[in-house]
Design a protein around this ligand. Structure first.
Ligand SMILES: Nc1ncnc2c1ncn2[C@@H]1O[C@H](COP(=O)(O)OP(=O)(O)OP(=O)(O)O)[C@@H](O)[C@H]1O
Length: 256
C-alpha cells in the first residue's frame, strides 16, 4: 500500500476558548498524485483547514500526517498557491521561479535554465525578465502555479486559485491547469466554490457542511483522463453537479 500524501485524522478546531467549533472531526486522505477538491458553503472552515495542514494553526484535536510523517502544528511541508498570486514584485518573473527551484536544492545556474525552460513551456517566455506587475491576472496565476509545482514539497494546496479572475480567464485557467496537472501529476488538495471547476479537475470531491464542518459526502469523479474541455455537456456531469448543489443547500440550511 502506498503512503498517502496527506492524511487528516479526526481534526477538530475550536476558537474563542473552545466556544466556537469550526471543524468537527474532519478525516480525509489525499493519495499520491491524486487531485482532491474541497467544496463547502462560505465560512465552513476551508481556510482554517488549510492553515492547520500548513502548520500555521494547531488543531484542538486530531492529527495531520504528510507523506507518512506526523506534522501537526509544524510548517514547511506543503507548497501553497493562494487566490492572489503573491509573487515578489521586486524580482523578475524568472527570479520568482528560480527561488522556488533553489529552495528545492538546485544550484543557481541550473535554476535559471529550468525557469527559462518552464516559462517557455507555459508560453510566457517573453516575460522572463519582466516584473510581475506587467502580467495579467491569469498570467500571474500561471507563474504562481509553476512556483508551487517546482517547490520541493510534493503536496500542493491550491486555495481558490481562480477566485479573483473574470469568468472567461477562469475557464481558460481551468483548462490550462487540467492539462498541466495531467502532464505533471502531483498530490493536490484544491479549495473551490465552483462545482464545475471541482468536477472538471478532480479525482474526488469532498463536500463540507456549514460550520461546525464535517464531510457530508465524498464523490468519486468518474470521468476518464485526459478530460475534454466540453465535459460539461455529459449528462453525468450535470447529474453530479445537481447532487453537489443539493448537498451544499442542505449544508447551508443548518447555518444559524
Ligand atoms: N482566529 C479566529 N478566531 C475566531 N474565529 C475564527 C478564526 N479564524 C476563523 N474563524 C471563524 O471560522 C469560521 C470559518 O472561517 P474560514 O475562513 O476558515 O471559512 P472558509 O470556508 O474559508 O470561508 P470562505 O469560503 O468564505 O472563504 C468563520 O466563522 C470564521 O469567523
Amino acid at each position: 500500500m502506498t503512503i498517502p500524501a496527506l492524511e487528516l485524522k479526526g481534526i477538530r478546531k475550536a476558537f474563542d476558548s473552545g466556544k466556537k467549533t469550526v471543524l468537527d472531526g474532519i478525516s480525509l486522505t489525499v493519495g499520491e498524485n491524486e487531485f482532491v477538491s474541497l467544496i463547502g458553503p462560505s465560512g465552513s472552515g476551508k481556510t482554517t483547514l488549510f492553515q492547520l495542514i500548513g502548520g500555521l494553526e494547531k488543531p484542538t484535536a486530531g492529527e495531520v500526517w504528510i507523506g507518512g510523517k506526523e506534522t501537526t502544528g509544524s510548517r514547511g511541508h506543503i507548497s501553497y498557491m493562494p487566490q492572489q498570486a503573491s509573487l515578489m514584485p521586486w524580482r523578475s518573473v524568472s527570479a520568482n521561479i528560480e527561488l522556488a527551484v533553489q529552495v528545492a536544492g538546485i544550484e543557481k545556474k541550473q535554476s535559471v535554465k529550468m525557469a527559462r525552460e518552464w516559462l517557455e513551456r507555459i508560453g510566457l517566455q517573453e516575460y522572463t525578465d519582466a516584473y510581475p506587475h506587467v502580467l495579467s491576472g491569469g498570467m500571474q496565476q500561471r507563474v504562481s502555479f509553476l512556483r508551487a509545482l517546482l517547490s520541493p514539497q510534493p503536496l500542493m494546496l491550491l486555495d481558490e486559485p481562480f477566485g479573483a479572475l473574470d469568468a472567461l480567464t477562469r475557464q481558460q485557467m481551468q483548462q490550462w491547469l487540467m492539462a498541466m496537472w495531467e502532464e505533471n501529476r502531483r498530490s493536490v488538495l484544491f479549495v473551490t466554490h465552483s462545482i464545475e471547476e471541482a468536477l472538471l479537475l478532480s479525482d474526488r470531491i469532498l463536500v463540507l457542511s456549514a460550520a461546525p464542518a464535517t464531510i457530508v459526502e465524498e464523490i468519486k469523479v468518474p470521468f476518464a483522463r485526459p478530460r475534454p474541455a466540453q465535459l460539461w455537456k455529459e449528462p453525468q456531469f450535470n447529474e453530479l453537479k445537481e447532487r453537489i448543489q443539493e448537498l451544499l443547500h442542505q449544508g447551508e440550511a443548518v447555518v444559524k
